[in-house]
Write a protein that binds this ligand. Sequence first.
Ligand SMILES: Cc1cc2nc3c(=O)[nH]c(=O)nc-3n(C[C@H](O)[C@H](O)[C@H](O)COP(=O)(O)O)c2cc1C
Length: 209
Amino acid sequence: MYFRPGLHKEAGLSFSPIKAIVSPRPIGWISSCGKDGSINLAPYSYFNAISELPPMVMFSSAPSGNAQHKDSLRNVIETEEFVVNVVSAALGDAMNITSADLAYGQNEFTAAGLEMADCNTVKVPRVAAAPAALECKLWKVIELPKPETGAETGIGVMVIGTITGIHIADETVKDGKIDVTSYQPLARLGYMDYARINDVFAMPRPAVK
Ligand SMILES: Cc1cc2nc3c(=O)[nH]c(=O)nc-3n(C[C@H](O)[C@H](O)[C@H](O)COP(=O)(O)O)c2cc1C
């Protein structure tokens, strides 16, 4: 089967398969604050680390369907800070609750029964129960180009941030390394599907000539 983006229905697929093809994706559970002090938390799986040096991450906000930015994007533009919280399998339900489209200013930490913890380099709170969290300062906001189809819903926007502080729950560290099987990071697949990482193996690099 072959088709151009946006034409999946003509190819017999009920939903766009892009999320399922590019999977698994890590989930950036983004906490942020508005300039009025309101606190926000929401999951973004168009998310990744993009560089180790400088240490940088990105997430992309899809068009919200109206003229407004999603709350996370609005906050990052207003205060130029955000935190990426890692989603363990145990936090999956809470993460899902925070994806609800609450009115601006309603705190998803409270809605999901999550405790907040302070950060060091940003005013934004982090998820206390997250196995790791990255404090970030905004580097760039990039408006993505209008798509060939579906442009009427608005444009996507990519946020790139620099990591300025790293939190790791001590109990996840074994022999000087993070053991992801201790918390089983949740990954987003296509549709409403998820995977948890619990089967890890190492592959040493080929020997240098
Ligand atoms: C696992 C998961 C991943 C998501 N990834 C994205 C994403 O990458 N981009 C996006 O715009 N929305 C994504 N969403 C939807 C947002 O979380 C949702 O629109 C949320 O209400 C946005 O919250 P905010 O307005 O408080 O930022 C995702 C939802 C879930 C459950």
